[in-house]
Design a protein around this ligand. Structure first.
Ligand SMILES: [Zn+2]
Length: 279
């Protein structure tokens, strides 16, 4: 069974601010569009008969706690996507622990008292931040889904296994990749889903599905073609590049996600964990 995950964040505070030089914008209130877009995602799960894992940004739980409650009410799992969407490898161990604790407190206040899973902002558990797994385990998490088994500029650990595995006392669920000509190709979602033709994605997903429990993901804002607007001043060249990248393929993306959810069956990590045990 494949797992479909949603990183609940607005695209601006989660991604564009990522590249702000001083990081002062981290932790700001997410744009209200995250509420409508997450409700849209929840409706899509209901319409297609799927269950999923929703990794909430702490700032979203803080500003819109009813959204967490509604996600739980509809039978989905709630996971943690950090508090302020800072890259893990840019934090100290102490900062990471504080950020995660803050997110857990807010999730708990919003009704998610037992959070089992963590998804790092921008897959930022890499070779230089594997220490984060020890902290997550000590905090009581059962699994992590933050290590992308490819290497990209901002993230990835090319040597990591492509299938779920035990690491540092946790289950690690890597995002789906297809193995083509000896190379791991990302097919799991986000920008990859937006930019590649659906037919190619579909073939690659079937290929990826030969391994067990593959992880896919999207963001609520990817269901909303109108959401990409310059809300505030873009502060760096990198922010501009990300902004342009966000515009590509956005128009047809919600239809792609709907098709993916109609033609495949998805569930949450919570529901497959009992089958996996602890070894
Ligand atoms: Zn994110």
């Amino acid at each position: 069974m494949n797992v479909l995950t949603v990183d609940v964040e607005d695209w601006w505070s989660s991604s564009v601010d990522l590249f702000s030089a001083d990081g002062v914008q981290h932790g700001q209130q997410p744009h209200p569009s995250v509420v409508a877009n997450t409700l849209r995602a929840l409706d899509l799960f209901s319409e297609t008969g799927n269950k999923g894992t929703f990794f909430f940004l702490g700032t979203v739980a803080e500003s819109y706690p009813d959204l967490v409650r509604e996600t739980i009410r509809r039978g989905h799992e709630v996971g943690c996507h950090s508090y302020a969407h800072r890259l893990v490898y840019n934090m100290t161990r102490a900062e990471f622990a504080v950020d995660t604790e803050k997110a857990l407190t807010l999730l708990s206040k919003a009704g998610a008292s037992k959070v089992l899973g963590y998804r790092a902002p921008y897959w930022s558990i890499t070779g230089s931040s594997l220490w984060a797994l020890d902290i997550l385990r000590d905090m009581g998490f059962a699994y992590d889904s933050s290590i992308f088994p490819i290497r990209r500029g901002l993230y990835g650990l090319a040597s990591a296994p492509r299938v779920p595995h035990r690491r540092a006392g946790l289950w690690e669920f890597p995002p789906a990749t297809a193995r083509v000509a000896g190379v791991n190709l990302p097919v799991a979602g986000g920008g990859y889903l937006r930019l590649l033709p659906y037919k190619l994605i579909s073939v690659l997903i079937k290929r990826a599905g030969r391994d067990h429990h593959q992880t896919f993901y999207f963001h609520p804002y990817e269901l909303d073609a109108e959401d990409v607007v310059v809300q505030k001043e873009l502060r760096s060249v990198r922010s501009w590049l990300y902004y342009v990248q966000q515009l590509i393929g956005r128009g047809r993306n919600s239809e792609k996600i709907r098709r993916l959810m109609t033609e495949n069956k998805f569930t949450s990590y919570e529901s497959i964990l009992p089958m996996l045990g602890e070894s």
